[in-house]
Design a protein around this ligand. Sequence first.
Ligand code: AHR
Length: 500
Amino acid sequence: MRTARFVLDPAFTVGEVDPRLFGSFVEHLGRCVYTGVFEPGHPSADAEGLRTDVLDLVRELGVTAVRYPGGNFVSGYAWEDSVGPAEERPRRLDPAWRSTETNRFGLAEFIGFVRRIGPGAEPMMAVNLGTRGVAEALALQEYANHPFGTARSDLRIAHGDKDPFGIRLWCLGNEMDGPWQTGHKTAEEYGRLAAETARAMRQIEPGLELVACGSSGQGMATFAAWEATVLEHTYDLVDHISLHAYYEETDGDRDSFLASAVDMESFIENVVATCDHVGARLKSPKRISLSFDEWNVWYQRRPNPHPVEDWQEAPRLLEDVYTVTDAVVLGSLLIALLRHADRVAVACLAQLVNVIAPIMTEPGGPAWRQTTFHPFAQTSRYGRGYVLDVRVDSPAYTTGRYGEADLLHATAVRAEDGSVTVFAVNRSRTEALPLEVALGRTGLTRVVGHSALADADPDAVNSRDDPERVTPHPVEGTTLRDGTLGAVLEPLSWNMIRLA
Ligand code: AHR
């Protein structure tokens, strides 16, 4: 195999990583909330019913922004149902997932959950622009953020929360381009509604950060035209536009699946081009940034192995079990996000617990890390700082979906103390990939460590009975000599190489 190469130079950076690139998502869907983050009576539950075993894993995962309460769920959400004494809250039908929502976990419980994660975590709240509009968004904002002295802020205080929730980051609806969305709209209808909601919310708090809905996928027939129309209405009123993307292996085409980040990078670049096109037309110096607020591997085409009935409470939905291959793809998607840190300000791994999630739980039982937990946790921990401009010279392979793709997918992040972490994926299923990195003026002299996630069985998974089956392992033999890093990347592997 030919050696893959790139050069690192601290003078050439892509941009600074916004910590919110390591966000996640808690939706009222399946068991993400109930028996996921919240399970009163569980042996590890605290006084509020939050599972502390899950909280420990969430902290280890390094999650920052937490999006809530949906997702498709938000388009039927009435926030008023989710506040006040828990025993008085109404049970409601959730049309999005055909489940029964008890509202036992609501807004205050969510804020409590985010606060318990600790410093670095912040709520990212979505308002319902499917079945509701400006008035309800303002009412929620007043309840959540106004200090005191109005009916709704005083109601929050009467409910036991003296301090405002201080939510800075808001999504204006969810996937409003999707025909499946409750209250689906055309780009014109949504653009007008998003603009008026944003204007009204800013009349109360000018400093909010607002996310307009972009397309729910690059493959949507309205993609790009949707973004352009929505931004024509909202350009001066919002900060971010959303992107959503899910990837899965189809028809046994693993080579294409391994190159999923090719699609993610083109999606980001196409949305950036569309935003800047609108900015140019409006003669605006402002730049819209990207909120990739749903991304993951998701086996949407597979039948649900769990029996589920309509209108069940917390049914087992979307409980994908992730393999080593899925973890390598997820790592590659993280690399794609970092490589665009100049424009991607927020990204949310969808979702956090049980539902297409890095953390799994059993009701009354343990919590454990899926394979995909590991690349996320490593990147969140060591991927903070400035992304260096990495241009790889790599052997390529042929994929059915994306044509020629590089076998090496990589990025590097320089921390404040000058240390650098290289994140790299070898997409070859069969061959190890030699890597050389010229370190030029970085001043790096030492390999702190090289860890890899790879396995003789690319379909290996973690499970309740074998939760540590797949974990990153140390790689020996990685060298730094005469200003050049030398490493060998195992076949089908996710790698983190730390240099000081
Ligand atoms: O994350 C699962 C679902 O995927 C979300 O509810 C929706 O926004 C998207 O289609």
